[in-house]
Ligand binder design. Structure first.
Ligand code: GLU
Length: 425
């Protein structure tokens, strides 16, 4: 069984992520001078499917779970996006996450639209058997939504390569043919790609490196705090540390761990493999998640949940650079505060796009039936991330706006132009 990473406790949900997404969309659409018809066509998802999933639990009782799949756009290609298993899943959250996938794929220039799925459940309290039955039931319910040329799921919070293996198996059985390209983030033996596990964290590192160069920040003199120690947080921390940056704080659901002299990230990862969380980790002094966000560091990587940086705490953020590993970690009403304080924010739809970029490579390899070396995957993914950063940076200069607004501008322009070429109405 693959390691199930823990998610940190939510702080306070100040602004619904859909509102945050829409505020940014509106701002970029205004700067772009997007016409009303295109604006209206892009603001609502193409499809939202809600299903009830009865699952027999280990005690013999049937529990009914709510499942969602929202396809925001399929203009640039089949829709792409992860599946989240969490108690916080609701339609608005999935809609926001689906739209973010559209903008994310467009920013990095991969031929996909955006989608997201979720099941409201607590995977930490469920057995492997229960998770398997739930996943197969969800896949069955979505058999006409998913498809290698239609809509391609992937892991997100609370799901992992094993979950993707069940989706691939169930879908292939239902269709009566091997269908590895229906889902990405699979285990290697089932057609997964080398480099996919590390891809999101790697993209966060490449984004941090590009931003540090613009800020003339020397990695060997920089300090960094990482919120969240799941797949994205732990690998971001490891790879940023390898750049020479001192990681002074990390956190997960058990709390935050701070050591001004630097934490040993390999040791922390090893600890989580053995203990399932950082609970009891002795590498640093225990602080709160809120304190971690406000530490006097050069770089902050929020890689946990949505809405961690809000109008309430934004003024207390002391990092000069924020690289968003999570989706939506900054509420939109915090943007202006960070900007006024001169904090550079590499936005989620750019910074964490390394994962979906390598998902694209996995899908390409599945369709080719030919697999690349890890070196080739990493080289191509790094190039995508670097080019996307440079394009967004250039757009920010051109429109005299933040990197976040610039990323939305680049993405919306691409999707709007494609929609016009295809003809929308
Ligand atoms: N769940 C990841 C994200 O939010 C990956 C999506 C994918 O690979 O399709 O970007």
């Amino acid at each position: 069984m693959t390691l199930k990473f823990k998610e940190p406790a939510p702080i306070v949900d100040h602004l619904n992520p859909l509102e945050s997404m829409m505020q940014r969309f509106d701002e970029a659409a205004t700067i772009l001078g997007l016409d009303e018809s295109t604006y209206n066509a892009l603001k609502s998802p193409e499809k939202a499917v809600i299903v009830s999933l009865p699952v027999t639990m280990d005690d013999g009782k049937v529990q009914v779970f709510q499942g969602y799949r929202v396809v925001h756009s399929s203009k640039l290609g089949p829709s792409k996006g992860g599946i989240r298993y969490s108690m916080g899943v609701n339609l608005d959250e999935v809609k926001a996450l689906a739209a973010w996938m559209t903008w994310k794929c467009a920013v990095v220039g991969i031929p996909y639209g955006g989608a997201k799925g979720g099941v409201q459940c607590d995977p930490r309290t469920m057995s492997d058997g229960e998770l398997e039955r739930l996943t197969r039931s969800f896949t069955g319910a979505m058999r006409d939504v998913f498809g290698p040329e239609k809509d391609i799921p992937a892991p997100d919070m609370g799901t992992n390569p094993q979950t993707m293996a069940w989706i691939m198996d169930e879908y292939s059985k239902l269709k009566g043919e091997a269908s590895p390209a229906v889902v990405t983030g699979k285990p290697l033996v089932l057609g997964g790609s080398l480099g996919r596990m590390e891809a999101t964290g790697r993209g966060v590192m490449v984004s941090a490196r590009s931003a540090m160069a613009k800020l003339k920040m020397k990695p060997s003199e920089a300090t960094c705090a990482v919120q969240g120690f799941g797949n994205v947080g732990s690998i971001s921390a490891k790879l940023i540390e390898q750049q020479g940056v001192t990681i002074v704080a990390i956190s997960d659901i058990s709390g935050a761990y701070y050591n001004p002299d630097g934490l040993d990230i390999e040791e922390a990862i090893e600890y989580v493999v053995n203990h399932k969380s950082l609970d009891g980790f002795k590498g640093g002094k225990i602080i709160t998640n809120e304190e971690l966000l406000e530490l006097d560091v050069d770089i902050l990587v929020p890689a946990a949940l949505e809405d961690q940086i809000t109008e309430e705490n934004a003024a207390r953020i002391r990092a000069k650079l924020i690289v968003e590993g999570a989706n939506g970690p900054t509420a939109s009403n915090a943007d202006a505060i960070l900007e006024a304080n001169g904090v550079m924010v590499v936005p989620d739809i750019l910074a964490n796009a390394g994962g979906v970029s390598v998902s694209y490579f996995e899908w390409v390899q599945n369709r080719l039936g030919y697999f690349w070396t890890e070196e080739r995957v990493n080289r191509r993914a790094d190039r995508i991330m670097k080019q996307a950063f440079d394009a967004v940076y250039k757009a920010a200069r051109k429109h005299n706006c933040s990197l976040r607004t610039a990323a939305y501008i680049v993405a919306i322009e691409k999707v709007a132009n494609t929609s016009k070429l295809r003809g929308i109405f």
